[in-house]
Structures are given as C-alpha cells and as structure tokens.
Design a protein around this ligand. Structure first.
Ligand SMILES: [Zn+2]
Length: 398
C-alpha cells in the first residue's frame, strides 16, 4: 500500500465557521469509476493504518553453500532468482524494491524485472552485466574460486552503494546509543568492549566484509538476546529495538557477500538458464490518486462494504473495530491517512510481475510460478495470488 509521508497535518485553529464538516453519510457516490477506486482504497488504507504486518514473519530458510550443491533444481532456481532480486535493490526506501520472474520461451529464458524506480534505466543494465559475468565464470571452471566470489560481491556492492551508505549512517548513532546504554547498565559478557572496538569502515566493500565476518560472532548472538521484545508494552525507541536494528543492519550489509557466493554456486548448476537469456523490464504502472474521504469513509460503513451487510462475520468485525477505535483512536488515525498531503501509492513490484505474466500470457520457467522479491511480501500481496484477484486493473493498485 501507499508509503506515506510521516508528517501529519497539525490540528487546525480555524474558527468554527471555516472548519471542515464531513459530507453527509447519506450522500451517494455518483461517479462509477471514483466509487470503485474509493472502495478499492478503503480496505488498503485501513490495513495501512492497522500496520502492514500480520502474525509472525515467515522466513525462507536459506541453504548454506554446502547444501546449495545438493538443492533440487526448483529450489536452486528460486534461490538464484531471490539473490538476483536482492542485489538489484540498490537503495533504501521502497522505490527500488525489485521483483524478478523467469519466463521460458522456445528460444531462451527471459528475466522479467519490475520495480518502482524505472528498472530499464539502471537495474536492467546491471543485471545483464552480472548475468554475463556469472555465465563466464560458471563456464570456465567446474568450481568457483574465492577471488571470483569477491569479484561478484564487489560488483553487487558497487551497485548497492546508496543503500550501503544509508545503512552505515544509520548504524553509527545506533552503536553510540548502544554504548551509552551498556556503560550505564554494566552488561556482562564483554559486550561493551566488543561494541566499543567495532570499527565501521567508510569503504562499502570493507564495511560489508566486516559485517559478513561478524555474522556468527558472539556480538551478533548477544544482540539477538538483547533484542528480544520484553513482555511489557514498549515504544519504538526502546533499547531492545536499538539492538535489533544494529543486528538487522549488520545482517543486511553482510548478506552481499553471502549473496555473491550463492549466485556463483547456483550459476554453476544452472547452465541452461544462462546459455541464452534476455533481461526485460516491466513498465512501472501509472499511479491512481487516493480519492478524498467522504461521508461514507467511516469504519462501520467500510466493514459493511468489505464483507457485505449479510455476512455472519459483520458483527464480530464491527465490534473489533469499535473496540480498537475506543482504545487506539483508530478512526482518527484512519482519516489522517486521507489528509496526508503527499501520499505515495505504488503497485508493489511482485504484483507488477504477476499482472504482467497474466496479461501477456507468459509461461513461467519449468511451470513454476515463482516471483522473487528483494523484500518479504506484505500481508496484502500475500493474499492476492492466493485469491487470484488479478483480472481487474483497479484491484491490483496498492
Ligand atoms: Zn505488497
């Protein structure tokens, strides 16, 4: 769904005569297209207000280098595409999130790439070069060397420099805060000394290498322990979140080396994919503006439209929403999202790929409808393929 500017409108001090008064809930929505778009956005804005995740994070279990050599072909291809998607996502912030899927034609394989940052300009040329290099390395020897893995890692890190620099600038203040906390609380296990001695190089390759070398260190294990959420309610600035973020950024930085090694290992076992291939971009779809809230943009009305007025679940969901409204001001926060001056709705990359394969009647390679994405799918994207809602343009705008 829309990633929104975190700035909120300040409460207005305007006089009662100029205050905004919502239109009547009985005023009908006459325009058909506007009505469809409004109804389409309502559950998305509601989900966005409630938060973009549901339940536990489902993690794919990444095989080690040893087990890559024994992976079944389907898993191997999926791992290869996933690491490619990760290396293509060169910046932080959501616009460069990349999804890739493989189309199989009688002549060749085609890597289809989607992103909200116009993949044709930057991502596609990078991916072509990377695949050519992997093909060259995988056809000249039966085994990859450490130098080749280093070469691929350097290429990927060079491309992802904007993202790595942002991680670096976020990491430094977090480590300072971590040190301040440890100095006061006198944590044991040498955590303070380790944290104080941690050097953050300015060179992106060196930074990623240090992160990679530290991925299984005692420091990372201690960070994992200290980042466990406490049983009591805490805020975003709580210290366990600081430890968790440090661990997350170190993991993301180090993953570049892991991804490079995995790409090489996979490429050695996937010669048919790289023998003759093309890389194509999927045009970033146009964005539809979020319609303004009207008199019907109310939780009780929305839930009726989402479920239908005869649904046996209607009472339960209405009560749950009213309960959240009383406790957490859900209505106010929901409507605030409509008054955001700079909303940025975007179609998530994996849905762009899904729609492109569907509308162009393409065939997934080996009949495996797998869409690799550089980030885990959000709750909304997770539901869409399962419900097969890809027949209407309006239904896939996120
Ligand atoms: Zn999504």
């Amino acid at each position: 769904m829309a990633k929104r500017n975190k700035r909120r409108n300040k409460p207005s001090n305007s006089s009662p005569s100029t205050e905004y008064s919502p239109p009547s809930p009985n005023k009908p929505r006459f325009d058909t297209q506007q009505r469809r778009l409004t109804r389409f956005y309502e559950p998305l804005v509601l989900l966005y207000t409630l938060g973009s995740t549901r339940g536990e994070h489902i993690c794919a279990v990444l095989p080690t280098q040893v087990s890559i050599s024994h992976l079944p072909h389907k898993d191997l291809r999926q791992r290869f595409l996933s690491e490619l998607a990760y290396t293509c996502d060169y910046d932080k912030g959501g616009d460069t999130v990349t999804a890739i899927s493989l189309d199989s034609t009688p002549q060749r394989h085609v890597f289809w790439v989607a992103s909200n940052s116009c993949p044709k300009g930057k991502i596609v040329p990078f991916l072509e070069l990377l695949l050519v290099r992997l093909r060259h390395m995988s056809t000249t020897a039966a085994q990859s060397t450490a130098e080749e893995a280093e070469e691929i890692a350097a290429q990927c890190i060079g491309f992802a420099t904007p993202r790595i620099k942002k991680y670096r600038s976020l990491l430094s203040p977090l480590l300072r805060r971590c040190l301040e906390y440890l100095a006061i609380t006198e944590q044991q296990d040498g955590m303070f000394d380790y944290c104080a001695s941690l050097h953050i190089p300015g060179n992106p390759v060196d930074l990623c290498r240090i992160a990679y070398e530290n991925r299984k260190s005692d420091f990372m294990r201690m960070l994992a322990r200290l980042s466990v959420e406490p049983p009591y309610k805490s805020n975003r600035d709580a210290i366990h979140n600081v430890f968790g973020l440090i661990r997350h950024y170190i993991g993301r930085l180090g993953h570049h080396f892991r991804a490079a090694a995995a790409l090489l290992s996979c490429a050695l076992r996937l010669p048919e994919l790289l023998h003759d291939f093309q890389v194509h971009s999927i045009s970033t779809p146009p964005k539809s503006a979020l319609p303004p809230a009207d008199g019907k943009t109310r939780l009780k009305s929305i839930v009726k439209r989402m479920l239908s007025k005869d649904s046996p679940d209607l009472d339960r969901y209405t009560r749950a929403l009213m309960d959240m409204d009383a406790k957490y001001q859900l209505s106010r926060r929901f409507l605030e999202n409509y008054s955001d001056p700079n909303p940025k709705p975007r179609v998530h990359a994996e849905i762009q790929v899904l729609e492109h394969f569907y509308s162009s009647k393409l065939s997934f390679a080996a009949g495996d409808p797998f869409i690799a994405c550089s980030k885990p799918a959000c709750f909304r994207c997770l539901l869409r393929p399962a419900r097969n809602i890809i027949t209407d343009v309006a239904t896939y705008l996120l």
